[in-house]
Structures are given as C-alpha cells and as structure tokens.
Design a protein around this ligand. Structure first.
Ligand SMILES: [Cu+2]
Length: 266
C-alpha cells in the first residue's frame, strides 16, 4: 500500500510539475546611431524582440564571425568597404522596420561570436553598419527551453517563389517561414505607398536600395539559409503589401524571378 501511495504521489507530482518557463525575449533596439542588445546570450531557439527606435528604416542582421577573426576585424572591414569577407557568415535577421515598428523574431541561434548589424542604407547611400550601426553578441553553448511558436500560417521560400498555407490577415499574427530552396532567401514585408503601386518599390530595390524609400518597411525575415526556418510575430494594419526577396544573382533579384507576393489588408 505504501508503495502504491508513493507511486500515485509520484505520478500526481509529475503531472503537476510545471513545464520549464520559456526564456524571456532578448530585446534589440535599433537606433540611428547604433544597436542595443545584451552582450551575451545562450544558444538554441531564441526570440528577439526587435524595435526601431530611430527616425528612419533599420534592420537587424545576425552575422557569425568564424576562424580567428574578431569584432575589430569586422569594424576594419566596414570602414574599408569591399565585398563581404568569407569569414563572415550570415545567420539570419529581422527585416527592415519603419520608425516605431516592432517584430518578434525567433530562430535557432548556434553558439559563436556574432555581430548584429543594420544593413539598411541612409539617405546618403552608406549602410548604417558602415557608420557604427553594429554590436557584438557572444552566444554561449547551451540548451533552450523555448518551443517553436504556434503559427497562423507557414510561408515556404522556394527558388523562386512564396507558398502560403493561409491568407494574411490584419492584426497580430505569427508566421512560420521555412526555406526549402537551394540558396538563402528573404521574406521582406513592404507596405506600399498609396500612390504608385509596387513599381516604385521594385525600382528602389533594383537601384541598390538607395535614397528615400517609396514604401514602408514592415518587417519580415532578412535571410533564411537553405534548409532552415524562422518565426516572426507582428501586427499589420490596412493597406496594400508585398512580400519579396531581394537577394541578387546574375539573372536579377529574386523578386524579378518571381519571388514576390501581393496582398491587401482591408
Ligand atoms: Cu530569394
């Protein structure tokens, strides 16, 4: 009898044991003169709460530093300019947000040494990263207790198109974005200007994403490597929108090759 009671107590205790608390989101604040985030986090599935506290569009790209290179080398490269060195590996990021914009961005971050940088260009044509818009982030090995968020829709990124499992509705929703293609893809969300439709926005991207932007950056995912996935949670108001991938290759940008999706929120 005693054994049975102990067993029952054990079972009841097990059923009542709370599941491990999900770790809090890691806050990233994008500003005109820099990016604020904690210097050190633990690897694994992590939600970043990204907010643009600046006066222009900003994004947050995660770049892993490999080999014996350091943040000082990243800084030197950004000052000197030139092609992205092969020891820098892009690991994803939150798409550009307009001033005041917010997005929760979740992905599985590997241990390592990173910089988080803003690759959006200011009106003078220079990226914010080139002007100091980057911050070091150390990711320690460890396990995350976070579970993948429940998504309202799955968006599959392919070479070259978007496939959605459910329509995009207004308000706050969670998107699961996965890349089944053979190369990195983006899912940038752009709210179109009332006049002009999509072509001024496409032209802005085709001309190197320089100068004043016709539409409004509304978040999304800056990059999903092949075979990987991310989740975003954000709020969208009424308007005409595009999802697009602006990755560049010889034949053009991916949206020119069909990686564009139009939607309207009434
Ligand atoms: Cu693409």
């Amino acid at each position: 009898m005693i054994i049975t009671s102990l067993l029952l107590a054990g079972l009841v205790g097990g059923a009542q044991a709370p599941s491990p608390a999900a770790p809090p989101a890691v806050r990233i604040e994008l500003k005109d003169d820099g990016i604020t985030l904690p210097p050190r986090i633990t690897a694994g599935l992590t939600t970043f709460s990204v907010e643009n506290a600046g006066t222009g569009p900003h994004d947050a790209r995660f770049v892993r530093i490999t080999g014996t290179h350091t943040v000082a080398d990243v800084s030197a490269w950004l000052k000197a300019g030139g092609a992205v060195p092969e020891w820098l590996v892009t690991a994803g990021g939150a798409g550009a947000l307009a001033p005041g914009g917010k997005e929760e961005y979740t992905f599985n971050i590997a241990p390592g040494s990173y910089v988080v940088l803003c690759g959006h260009r200011g009106d003078d044509g220079a990226t914010h990263a080139e002007k100091g818009g980057f911050t070091a982030l150390q990711v320690d090995a460890g396990k995350s207790t976070l579970r993948p968020p429940d998504a309202d829709r799955i968006v599959t990124l392919r070479d070259h198109g978007f496939q959605l499992t459910a329509p995009i509705e207004g308000g706050r929703s969670t998107w699961h974005v996965r890349n089944t293609g053979s190369e990195p893809h983006q899912m940038l969300i752009v709210k179109l200007a009332d006049s002009g439709g999509e072509y001024p926005e496409r032209a802005w991207f085709n001309h190197g994403a320089r100068g004043p932007r016709p539409g409004q950056a509304a978040g999304g995912v800056l990059e999903v490597p092949p075979g990987e996935e991310a989740w975003i949670r954000l709020e969208l108001g009424p308007g005409h929108y595009l999802l697009l991938c602006a990755e560049q290759e010889e034949d053009g940008q991916h949206f020119d090759l069909g990686m564009i999706y139009r939607f309207t929120i009434e």
